[in-house]
Design a protein. Structure first.
Length: 173
């Protein structure tokens, strides 16, 4: 009888948490939630973005297709419940060294570039997440340029940045 009561309370309090295959302290869930956030910034993810997300999750975390699907579903759920990026980045900070955190930022850039356009929002989110992950501005920009180069210049960067004179909209004379 006591076990039945415990189960009843557990079902009411947190059925979604029990259904998740990955725990809240699993860096893979946190990293995938960041990636889901990035891929969702410019609306409904394109087919190219969805393929890239699955590819990154499967290859980086060494998961099969079904497990990667479950991780993405779980990450989509927790990302939808999140109010900021801090929860995800703090889990990653506790779990990965600097090289691992850089790889997460690289994965974010790969997703940003997957649809052929870089929006101001995507650029800003990667900047904020990189900062929370303790990745320097220099490393973040180097990762961005490396991914852009691999994309072969087929990307339209709509992120706002300074014009060649240093100030937005002004040109050096």
């Amino acid at each position: 009888m006591l076990e039945g009561l415990r189960q009843f309370i557990a079902d009411i309090v947190g059925p979604q948490a029990q259904d998740r295959a990955f725990g809240d302290s699993d860096y893979r869930l946190a990293a995938t939630a960041l990636l889901v956030h990035v891929v969702s910034l410019d609306g409904q993810p394109s087919a190219a973005e969805q393929r890239k997300l699955h590819s990154l999750i499967e290859s980086h975390f060494g998961l099969d297709r079904g497990t990667a699907d479950r991780l993405i579903v779980n990450a989509t759920q927790v990302e939808g419940e999140a109010v900021d990026l801090y929860h995800f980045t703090s889990v990653i900070m506790r779990s990965l060294d600097e090289a691992g955190r850089k790889r997460i930022v690289q994965m974010m850039w790969e997703l940003v570039y997957a649809d052929g356009e870089v929006s101001e929002f995507e650029d800003n989110v990667v900047w904020r997440a990189s900062d929370l992950l303790g990745i320097s501005q220099r490393d973040r920009i180097e990762l961005k340029h490396a991914v852009a180069e691999r994309a072969g210049g087929k990307v339209r960067d709509r992120a706002v940045g300074p014009a060649p004179g240093g100030l937005p909209g002004l040109r050096a004379t």
